[in-house]
Design a protein around this ligand. Structure first.
Ligand SMILES: [Zn+2]
Length: 429
């Protein structure tokens, strides 16, 4: 049966097929065979995130002809999601986002199969990720992006082309957004581009612990330090109003102590859940461009973002401005490069000051760093026995007390990225 001509639903794809059959510089042969058109049917695509962007992405991919889609999201539906996450209804509150979104799109678009995974991306292994041909991310977490990026780069086997999974990544903040494509190990990866984000939540622990200056610092203190010390409930559930109320009260008391105003329940919820102001239309624009890029990569029907221009920036807050450029791969990227980066430091800093600087450094953003030289461990966050042994080093000065020298190489690790080691060589003024 010819694709696109039958009456049992696939006439839906006639316009899509017409684009794919028409002649052009990227499609010289006007007689694209039905077998070639059917390749999309077998394409397996993974969507990460079933929130504001994810709902749009799932809908767009299904309506673009992808038939085998998987989606991962660990979150459940909150009533506050309903204003823009249009695959969810009031009766869905409390259910898993991935499950509800998958069922909705499956029902709406005949012939598409969507498999939900209600878990964290870190719980799935390389074998799971290996089954897909493209990964599309609609996430609001930088940490999750960095994790999947490192995983996909690590999976590439140069001898086997199938191990190369293009990563299409969308992100929005208010009226601004970006869509970018990464060909792992070949083009600039997410880690290469990390300094495009300003670290927002990464406040040095010492600021939180000693001198909060902003309401957000008091909330992060309640979230990271007070919760850990007092453990009012066994596990923090960011969707549980009782848990948020506990954090809100702790943060308010601390704010009062330091004469800081502005701690509210909704700010507490925003900081703890790392909520980025979302506008439905920006999500729609960014998700749509991500899906068009995914479709173009899958079908080769038109040039996609990728090897040359790889980053589309949409700026809607200063009228409308869209810019596409090539983000260059960095030879000293800790994920896809292998060179050590220069790290300017003052030898009079203590080790603690150095570690705190890693949280706010735009190209690092590490909250729980451990650090070692080629010869010895300077500080390790865990196990507890090594932490205790190395803790005295935190107060020592890098130069005269710890004996670190200019150009010496150090390696930094963080439990959020277990496969990565960030290599630096020290630069003294
Ligand atoms: Zn990189």
């Amino acid at each position: 049966m010819a694709v696109g001509t039958d009456l049992d639903g696939s006439s839906r794809w006639q316009y899509l097929d017409r684009i794919r059959r028409s002649q052009g510089p990227f499609n010289q042969d006007s007689e694209v065979s039905d077998e070639a058109l059917a390749i999309l049917d077998k394409f397996k695509v993974l969507v990460i995130g079933a929130g504001g962007l994810g709902c749009e992405i799932l809908k767009d991919l299904a309506l673009s002809g992808f038939k085998d889609i998987h989606v991962i999201d660990m979150d459940t539906i909150d009533i506050s999601n309903l204003n823009r996450q249009f695959l969810f209804r009031k009766t869905d509150v409390g259910k898993y986002k991935a499950e509800v979104a998958a069922a909705f799109v499956e029902q709406r678009v005949e012939g598409v199969k969507i498999t939900p995974h209600n878990c964290r991306i870190q719980e799935l292994d390389d074998a799971f990720y290996m089954q897909f041909q493209i990964v599309v991310c609609g996430l609001d977490s930088i940490e999750a992006r960095r994790w999947i990026n490192a995983t996909l780069v690590g999976m590439v086997d140069e001898e086997n082309q199938e191990t190369l999974k293009p990563l299409v990544d969308g992100g929005t903040e208010g009226f601004k957004g970006q869509a970018r494509v990464v060909f792992p190990t070949i083009t600039a990866c997410i880690e290469c581009q990390l300094d495009l984000y300003t670290p927002r939540a990464a406040v040095p622990l010492c600021t939180l612990a000693t001198i909060p200056r902003q309401p957000e610092h008091c909330i992060e203190w309640a979230h990271i330090i007070a919760w850990d010390q007092e453990k009012p409930y066994p596990n923090l559930d960011k969707d549980d109003p009782e848990h948020i109320t506990w954090l809100y009260q702790k943060a308010s008391a601390r704010a009062q102590e330091f004469g800081i105003s502005g701690v509210t329940y909704s700010l507490t919820q925003g900081v703890v859940k790392n909520i980025i102001p979302a506008i439905a239309s920006t999500n729609a624009i960014i998700a749509a461009s991500c899906c068009n890029e995914a479709m173009k990569i899958a079908t080769m029907s038109a040039p996609a973002l990728g090897f040359e221009e790889n980053y589309m920036m949409y700026t809607g807050d200063e009228a409308i401005y869209t810019h596409v450029f090539k983000n260059e791969k960095k030879p000293d990227c800790p994920v896809c490069g292998n060179m050590a980066k220069p790290l300017p430091v003052d030898p009079n800093w203590t080790l603690q000051e150095l570690l705190d600087s890693f949280a706010v450094k735009a190209d690092l953003q590490l909250k729980k760093p451990s650090i070692r030289t080629q010869k010895k461990t300077l500080y390790m966050q865990s196990p507890a026995s090594i932490e205790e042994q190395t803790r005295p080093n935190l107060k020592r000065k890098l130069g005269e007390e710890l004996g670190l020298e200019a150009n010496q190489e150090i390696a930094v690790t963080d439990p959020a990225f277990p496969t990565l080691s960030f290599k630096f060589y020290l630069q003294f003024p």
